[in-house]
Design a protein around this ligand. Structure first.
Ligand SMILES: Nc1ncnc2c1ncn2[C@@H]1O[C@H](COP(=O)(O)OP(=O)(O)OP(=O)(O)O)[C@@H](O)[C@H]1O
Length: 220
């Protein structure tokens, strides 16, 4: 069974047809990269896969659940439990430490008690080489460190799938490579599944599949 299956996804903004019927199947443990020119609809598609936006037509199954048949409240719970997000700008909360930011998805959904959540957060930050940075605020971290905290936060609830939108777009080439290698390590060690929208060809070439979107369609 596919971990994620999207079929016939269409999305229109006003008179602009942004997605023109897109299909995608992703297996557990796959790293799929989506590339394509600016304005092709990549981010729009990723937002729909992440249930942050609803399509006009088409369906998305994640672990067999037809996600958009759920009401908004149930969908939000499903999203927090099953999907991890990494964005170009990490969106860490400035007034919270690295550990507090990492633990945030656990507090929102109440998965486990506070002690368990903190223990998982610490374990992730240690794994990502941030054991000495747990009590730092985002402003006290380098760009690469901030993005690794965002990765730890994305993994906190043990999501089925991680969706990343230009995750290394704001990093220098050294930190970008480190981050890309981290994704593949997480895949190899834990079977973590990723769909990554990127303009970084090096990352796209490393992926199990490199898909190209153009003008609202997936090229064959
Ligand atoms: N909320 C919105 N309202 C209106 N138009 C939108 C909205 N979101 C996206 N669009 C339009 O949809 C098209 C696709 O945008 P999208 O961000 O998905 O492209 P992209 O392939 O991710 O581009 P980039 O590589 O530059 O990030 C663009 O023309 C954009 O202006």
């Amino acid at each position: 069974m596919n971990l994620l299956q999207a079929s016939g996804i269409r999305r229109t903004y006003g008179s602009l047809q942004v997605l023109k019927g897109i299909d995608l199947e992703v297996k557990k443990g796959e790293v799929v990269a989506i590339v394509g020119p600016s304005g092709a609809g990549k981010s729009t598609f990723l937002h729909i896969l992440g249930t942050l936006d609803r399509p006009d037509e088409g369906q998305v199954l994640i672990e067999g659940v037809n996600v958009f048949t759920q009401k908004d409240k149930d969908l939000a719970k499903f999203r927090n439990e099953k999907i991890g997000f990494i964005f170009q700008f990490h969106n860490l909360l400035a007034e919270f430490t690295a550990l507090e930011n990492t633990c945030m998805p656990g507090y929102i959904n109440g998965l486990g008690n506070e002690k368990e959540i903190i223990s998982r957060g610490k374990e992730l930050l240690e794994m990502l080489g941030l054991s000495g940075r747990m009590d730092h605020l985002p402003s006290q971290l380098s760009g690469g460190e901030q993005q690794r905290v965002a990765v730890a936060r994305a993994l906190l609830n043990k999501p089925s799938i991680v969706l990343a939108d230009e995750p290394s777009g704001n990093l220098d080439s050294h930190n970008a490579l480190d981050l890309h290698q981290l994704f593949f390590k997480l895949r190899d060690d834990f079977g973590q599944t990723f769909v990554i929208v990127t303009h970084n060809e090096e990352l796209a070439e490393m992926a199990d599949r490199r898909l190209v979107m153009q003008d609202g369609m997936m090229l064959p």
